[in-house]
Design a protein around this ligand. Structure first.
Ligand SMILES: *Cc1c(COP(=O)(O)O)cnc(C)c1O
Length: 472
């Protein structure tokens, strides 16, 4: 048996952990004789201080989360949120009957999101917390598939009726997983020229009687751009007029569903569009909560086929639940409620605006260096992608990523997907906690590196795939 992340060539590591004599709690020399094995359960126990110190020491080599500009996931919360989470770390989200107040806070969060995303009747919207957007997308995709299957019960299952889901090639990997796990064909609209996300007309063209839905992304992980959800719905309205096909839209708002409502209130992307059947977001991205919490909401109960919903005991009655896991930590949901209460709309607006200001300012300053070309400017998601200018031949984006890492900054470089495989870019995800002061330090480090990069004889990246382990 090997863990999933072990490559077949890895040999089992038989070396033992080395224990500093100081770590032996009662007997300092005990640590020297008790070196525990790494990959077998040790025969006997260790003192808690020794065990703690061993694990702690090994983790020192992890990157610094606050300097991780690759992740969308929250890396800073207030101490009060940490206290609340510590108080709730023993609570299982599924035990609704035993922890009725935690269950109540989850319900309030769903109601707040339904209202924030303009559900026509927030009390009729249904939703649930999840471990993240991936699970939320699985649930939303399952609902789409089941709705389609029920509508097509006369011909599904059959060889001719193979369900498909239409999306841009820039989708997050969870949609490829969904299609793989649930046996749905992924129909992907490629990128074209300077269009790095879904084209509404091209998406509508890929639809047929076996299309369970179209996924629109707010916004794309590749470059932080919002996909044109309203235009997508309009293209599908036109398709319905021509063909009678009524295809629902799911909005993957993993990041943007917690940005656009506060910073772009006039952008119509949510339940205001009748075709939008469901929306997900990651509470642990711009919802500003530590990992892992996500949310999935459906416009009305009709959008979520009842037979997918399970019921658990709750205060003498039963409570509907929809989830892949049974047990799941409750602390993150509590922390989401805390953050909603703590910030309110105005607080979220202020925090997200500050983050967008940092992103836009940093993007401009990188552009002003002259060596780089911006693909996006941080004015949708506070995220931007950039590449090297055409006349830069001495180094490439992978060199920049590697050299920044020497200074502690984690800035991923990656190649784009179908039709733009020629394009390689760097991406910076700005989050609350990445202040303009930190951004200034990043710029200074980049400026310091540039003369050395410019004097390279050629880019040092031989294997682009090996240059980055970046998978969004
Ligand atoms: C991050 C992300 C996901 C996956 O979300 P997790 O919360 O990490 O599971 C899905 N879609 C998009 C657009 C994302 O940005």
């Amino acid at each position: 048996m090997s863990p999933l992340h072990q490559s077949p060539s890895d040999k089992p590591d038989e070396r033992r952990l080395s224990v500093n004599p100081f770590y032996g709690e009662a007997d300092p020399t005990a640590g020297m004789t008790d070196a525990p094995p790494k990959h077998r359960l040790p025969d006997g126990p260790l003192a808690p201080t020794t065990a703690y110190q061993l694990v702690h020491d090994e983790l020192m080599l992890d990157g610094n989360a606050r300097l991780n500009l690759a992740t969308f996931v929250t890396t800073w919360m207030e101490p009060q949120a940490g206290v609340l989470m510590a108080e709730c770390r023993d609570k299982n989200m599924i035990d609704k009957d035993e922890y009725p107040r935690t269950a109540e806070l989850e319900k309030r969060c769903v109601a707040m999101l339904a209202d924030l995303w303009h559900a026509p009747d927030p009390s009729a919207a249904v939703g649930c917390s999840t471990t993240g957007s991936s699970e939320a997308c699985m649930l939303a995709g399952m609902a789409l598939k089941r709705r389609w299957a029920k509508k097509n019960a006369d011909r599904y299952p059959s060889r001719e009726a193979r369900p498909n889901l239409v999306m841009g090639v820039n989708v997050q990997v969870c949609w490829e997983k969904f299609c793989n796990f649930w046996e749905v064909e992924a129909r992907q609209v490629p990128m074209e020229g300077d269009r790095f996300h879904l084209d509404p007309a091209a998406a509508a063209e890929l639809c047929d009687e076996n299309t369970i839905g179209v996924v629109g992304i707010l916004g794309s992980t590749f470059d932080g751009s919002y996909e044109p959800i309203a235009e997508l719905c309009a293209a599908l309205d036109a398709l319905q007029e021509q063909t009678g096909l009524d295809i629902p839209v799911h909005v993957d708002g993993a990041s943007g569903a917690m940005v656009a409502p506060f910073l772009d209130p006039d952008l119509v992307w949510d339940f205001r569009l009748p075709r939008v059947a469901s929306i997900n977001t990651s509470g642990h991205k711009y919802g500003l909560v530590y990992p892992g919490v996500g949310w999935a909401l459906w416009r009305t109960a009709d959008a979520l086929p009842d037979e997918l919903v399970f019921r658990v005991n709750y205060l003498g009655g039963d409570m509907p639940t929809f989830a892949l896991n049974f047990s799941r930590p409750g602390a993150q949901v509590v922390a989401q409620y805390y953050t909603f209460l703590r910030l309110g709309r105005e607080g979220y607006r202020a925090v997200q605006q500050a983050t967008r200001d940092v992103a836009r300012g940093l993007a401009e300053r990188i552009e002003a260096l002259g060596d780089f070309q911006l693909l996006t400017r941080g004015d949708e998601l506070p995220v931007f992608a950039f590449t090297t200018a055409p006349d830069v031949k001495a180094y490439d984006v992978f060199d920049v990523s590697r050299r920044l890492r020497e200074r502690g900054w984690l800035v991923p470089a990656y190649t784009f997907p179908a039709h733009r495989e020629d394009l390689a870019a760097l991406r910076i995800v700005c989050r609350n906690g990445f202040s303009s002061d930190l951004a200034q330090l990043l710029i200074e480090d980049l400026e310091r590196l540039l003369p050395e990069l410019r004097s390279q004889p050629h880019p040092f990246t031989r294997d682009r795939d090996a240059a980055t382990g970046f998978h969004h």
